[in-house]
Design a protein around this ligand. Structure first.
Ligand code: CMC
Length: 445
């Protein structure tokens, strides 16, 4: 950043000068500075040159919850929240959900481009032959209490995988990183299904490598005494679509956790366990559970007007509506709505909650309150209904999110590890506590 004279800064009001910089006057000193603008951002470190005197630390930006801070450069996921656009590596989510499979999308996220037929076959083969976990994993999972939350079990067991693969901490080695990438994507459904079976007091089911990724997951969840589990292709496809939709969502809370923890150069199992921990929180992975509870509370379509009036009075929130980034229909919600129909058709179970959801959406989308505030259904409005139709207890909902998000976390981790600009994440603080107190012995306090 260069100090400048004030006249250099002067573009007439509202005129675009074409100069890619920001002129700042520090009114404490009267000094002016020119800060380069690159990709619509300024570098926060440039502010450090703005000082009142030589001893001053320099100016910092204060941004709790990173509302307006880009923490990395990324070529993985693009979101335009105002227009309702979501793209993975440039491909619109709608096209991927219609034509692709989760494993192909995982390849796209991790490798940056769509695979050729041979690359896809090789990738699917590698993932498939790594679905088994060490027998000891079964044993320590068996040590969890009978009512342990499946997300807690997933979190613990993914962290524990680092002890099974101690070489995973060689993160500078590309081949090693590729191996752990395969293992993480392959084993996540196995661990998730073991957690589910543990909660139900049922024996764990080994992976069936004849089945595709979502079909094998259904097998590990639901196989009982039959010799061979045959997944319903409609349910398998619906699950594949849900997995595609949840695979990545740029720098959200759990992805930031993976990047932040991974920046210490810890192994990827530990970094991904941090992502699972973040996703465990109700503000991140738990909104679809809140939607189900809300729909159950509304009980009947006749009660919707009263419920909506309560929302408009600020007594409660319409769960599954609104989004920090999307100020338009969440593109994932549209696709899920369609998948919901397919799942209900396959399971044959008519869920009255779906009627309430459809009517609620219709009423809200026509209501001034929601229109003015740009509140549209988000991904969670319908996903809980699908999970419930698949026989999932609500405790499994965040687990269902964690399985596909693993490919996004690992793609973001790989990008971070290879980004020469990244260092260990270490935010600054604005210290607000006491200073230079004298220690008081305990009996004098
Ligand atoms: N129901 C009723 N009013 C709402 C809602 C809602 N769901 N969401 C926002 N508003 C109102 C809010 O009261 C405020 O009104 P006013 O201007 O009169 O004060 C206005 O809309 C702006 O809201 P905000 O809280 O500033 O918006 P935000 O960007 O901070 O919040 C949100 C985003 C997702 C936390 C919020 O919309 C919400 O709580 N939604 C319900 C929970 C939910 O569905 N969460 C899942 C998000 S998608 C998951 C994912 O992508 O990972």
């Amino acid at each position: 950043m260069t100090p400048e004279t004030e006249t250099q800064a002067g573009a007439a009001d509202g005129q675009v000068s074409g100069r890619q910089s920001l002129s700042v006057v520090d009114n404490r000193t009267g000094r002016s500075y020119e800060i380069p603008i690159e990709d619509g951002t300024i570098r926060a470190i440039a502010l450090r040159d703005i000082k009142v005197d030589e001893d001053d630390f320099g100016l910092m930006s204060y941004d709790p919850a990173y509302l307006n801070t880009a923490s990395c450069r990324s070529a993985i996921t693009f979101i335009d929240g105002d227009k309702g656009i979501l793209e993975y590596r440039g491909y619109p989510i709608e096209q991927l959900a219609e034509h692709s499979t989760y494993l192909e999308v995982a390849y796209l996220l991790v490798h940056g481009e769509l695979p050729t037929r041979d690359q896809l076959a090789e990738w699917c083969h590698e993932i498939t032959i790594h679905t088994f976990v060490h027998e000891n994993v079964k044993e320590f999972m068996g040590g969890f209490r009978h009512d342990a939350h499946p997300m807690g079990m997933l979190l613990g067991s993914v962290g524990a995988l680092s002890t099974f693969y101690p070489d995973a901490n060689d993160i500078q080695d590309a081949e090693n990183r590729a191996m752990q990438t395969i293992r993480l994507i392959a084993k996540m459904p196995t661990l998730a299904a073991f957690a589910f079976r543990h909660s139900n007091g049922q024996p764990y089911v080994y992976p069936d490598n004849d089945l595709r990724y979502p079909g094998n997951f259904l097998n590990m969840l639901y196989k009982m005494t039959e010799l061979k589990y045959e997944p319903d292709p409609r349910l398998e496809r619906a699950l594949d679509i849900l997995f595609i939709l949840h695979a990545d969502h740029e720098q959200n809370c759990s992805t930031s956790a993976v990047r932040s923890v991974g920046s210490s150069q810890v192994d990827p199992y530990s970094a991904v366990a941090a992502g699972i921990a973040a996703l465990y929180g109700p503000l991140h992975g738990g909104a679809n559970e809140a939607v189900l509870r809300m729909l159950k509370r509304i009980e009947r379509t006749e009660n919707i007007p009263d419920f909506v009036a309560g929302v408009k009075d600020g007594k409660e929130r319409l769960m599954g509506f609104g989004h920090r980034v999307y100020k338009n229909y969440d593109p994932r919600a549209k696709i899920i709505k369609k998948a919901t129909d397919d799942v209900f058709e396959a399971t044959g179970a008519k869920n009255p909650l779906l009627d309430i959801a459809l009517e609620l959406e219709k009423i809200a989308l026509e209501d001034e309150y929601f229109v003015e505030r740009k509140l549209y259904p988000n991904v969670d409005f319908y996903s809980g209904l699908i999970y419930e139709a698949l026989g999932m207890p609500v405790a499994m909902f965040p687990v269902m999110f964690a399985i596909p998000r693993t490919s996004g976390w690992i793609a973001q981790w790989l990008e971070m590890v290879q980004d020469s600009e990244q260092k260990i994440a270490r935010p600054r603080q604005v210290y607000t506590g006491a200073r230079e107190l004298d220690y008081v012995p305990v009996d004098q306090r």
